[in-house]
Design a protein around this ligand. Sequence first.
Ligand code: MD3
Ligand code: FE
Length: 220
Amino acid sequence: MDLFDDPPPDTTQTPLAPGAALLHGFAREEAGALLQAVETVLTQAPLRHMQTPGGYTMSVAMSSCGKLGWVSDASGYRYAACDPLTGQPWPTMPACLLHLAQRAAAQAGYADFMPDACLINQYVPGAKLSLHQDKDEKDLRAPIVSLSLGLPAVFLFGTPSRKDRPQRWRLVHGDVVVWGGPSRLAYHGVAALADGDHALLGRRRLNLTFRQVARSIYIK
Ligand code: MD3
Ligand code: FE
């Protein structure tokens, strides 16, 4: 038996918790093309700082693509078919982004992932996202897939109980994380972004989260 027969995998997978897997560098090779698709979306649906229902302005700038986009204002959080800034439907989800999310979900054990929303988050140094749950999606059996581009971030990953102290994971350019099953309702957030200068993105981090928001019409 030759122990050295198998080529090393181009990405390793770290289980973060039941149902959650970090695919190291899963999108690294195609990151340039993915970034270009994101920048095109952002010319049609610009990044903006939303208001929280509590009256704060978020430090993370956001936009969306896909059938539904995530919106927050004084009246609450929700998914909406139109961008309130432009009054237009959100830009179509670029095929390269959809396919990346579907390949990652399948790799992590979630077949037939059909995201209808992709939330785009931009962090500049100092920007952060407080601990929260994502539970406004109608079918919590579908996972969420996240893609990190640009500066590294410290991701805080707790449990479905707010009281449990979160684990800290460093996410770098090209990393993809798939969150589903028992991890789907875990509390999570992002620590204040450290300053730096990324070769492709400069002084910022982009995070894309792919979600299935509407209830599926297909029987599982
Ligand atoms: C774990 N974004 O947009 S992505 C968000 O890096 C959000 O911008 C973060 O949390 C970011 O809501 C984290 C990773 C993520 C997204 C959703 C999750 C982790 C999750 C839902 C359940 C559990
Ligand atoms: Fe979240």
